[in-house]
Design a protein around this ligand. Sequence first.
Ligand SMILES: Cc1cc2nc3c(=O)[nH]c(=O)nc-3n(C[C@H](O)[C@H](O)[C@H](O)COP(=O)(O)OP(=O)(O)OC[C@H]3O[C@@H](n4cnc5c(N)ncnc54)[C@H](O)[C@@H]3O)c2cc1C
Length: 425
Amino acid sequence: MSSRAPRHVVVVGAGVVGLSCAWHLRRRGVEVTVLDRSTVGAGASWGNAGYLTPAMAVPLPEPALLREGLRGLADPDSPLAVAPRPGRDTLAFMAGFARNATTARWRRSLDALTPLASRALAAFDDLVAGGVPVDLREAPVRIGFRPGEDDAGLRHELDAVRAAGQPVRYSPGPAGTPFSDRITTVLELHGQRFVDPGQVLHALADAVRAGGGRIVEGAPVRSVGFGPGGLRVETWSGPPHSADAVVLATGAWLSELARDLGVRVPVVAGRGYSCTVGLREPLETPVYLPGVRVAVTPYRDGARLAGTMEIAGRDAPFRERRLAAVVRSVAPLLTAVDPASVHDPWVGPRPLTPDGLPLLGRTLLPGVHVAGGHGMWGLTLGPVTGALLAEQIVTGVDRPELAPFDPLRRRRPAPPPTDRATVTA
Ligand SMILES: Cc1cc2nc3c(=O)[nH]c(=O)nc-3n(C[C@H](O)[C@H](O)[C@H](O)COP(=O)(O)OP(=O)(O)OC[C@H]3O[C@@H](n4cnc5c(N)ncnc54)[C@H](O)[C@@H]3O)c2cc1C
């Protein structure tokens, strides 16, 4: 630790990103307090699909998704939907998303994400080597297409990820179980992993506590500012906490606290739904169905179905209809799942930014950092984020690979996009 390193850091948010930051800070000898307004894993980190798939961690804004989103506006059961009467942040997000949904910007953002994604699986291995008992499972992701659904777009995308620097391997896979005969083309994406996200969160939280860190649940933070002798974190529920540094890792709620600290990039909630279903046949590997945008993952003694993207309020009520649409879309495509045995219904907010890049680094208030906005891939990228943020906080060194994720980037002029080969994703 350098002599300028903080002695005590408050991390706000006990999702995978906040807990990863906390664990890495403890590992570097820093005293840590994690505050969550609710409980460990109360946000997006709990009921997600559990894919650890850096090869799929590409920027969200791209031309095909923009077209699909616009078509879906008219269909309430579409995998992509925007809630009626969008607020100011949502409108700013949609305008920014449309600006960024070009092939050139997608390429530039992919280049930015690649150093992070390339280290993602090793960062999970580091957790395990450091004594966090995460149950990592290795298996190819099997991706199934119906007739008329073009696998060329996904292959182009994976080729672009490989060209950007990740070791991506995919091959044609066999049709048949767990797919029904409606799936006629299968790709297998190798070298990826999956987990039970709840198990990861508990393992991380237990390790933070066992290492001497504190986790305070039911502590909603209302503001961060200067106080006597350092930073002061005020909560709605109890006494303030003082700290030498603060990490805001509040997922889709990030803008609520970070906006006043100069972070103008809006973070909105891309709400996804999941549930557990029983199995009629064993399911050994994760399955992805791009045509309906649903991920299916072996989960305990069943499977987790996860899908839909609903741009809506972070805390909007659960909508039964959207989960039903997920289950209905999968039922004819997979023989392995039993759509009649739905349990553990869940909704969680993916923290989305308009340029598809996370926000990692310093705010205008010295000592206050943000870590969030990983969108579709915060579970995969959480541990590597924690490692990089802890390093920045403790050493004061800004690694060049963090530069594209500067939380203050909307305050600085963006470099012009370079136009290279086109991608049809
Ligand atoms: C359906 C679905 C499927 C997904 N599948 C995958 C996948 O397979 N692989 C993958 O890599 N990613 C996946 N994701 C994305 C991933 O879940 C998220 O990117 C990730 O969980 C974000 O983690 P986080 O820690 O930033 O935020 P969160 O997990 O949302 O945590 C934020 C925490 O901050 C707390 N908080 C908020 N405001 C305050 C406050 N004022 N004071 C104190 N605490 C506060 C909240 O209670 C919450 O616990 C999926 C997401 C969804 C919705």
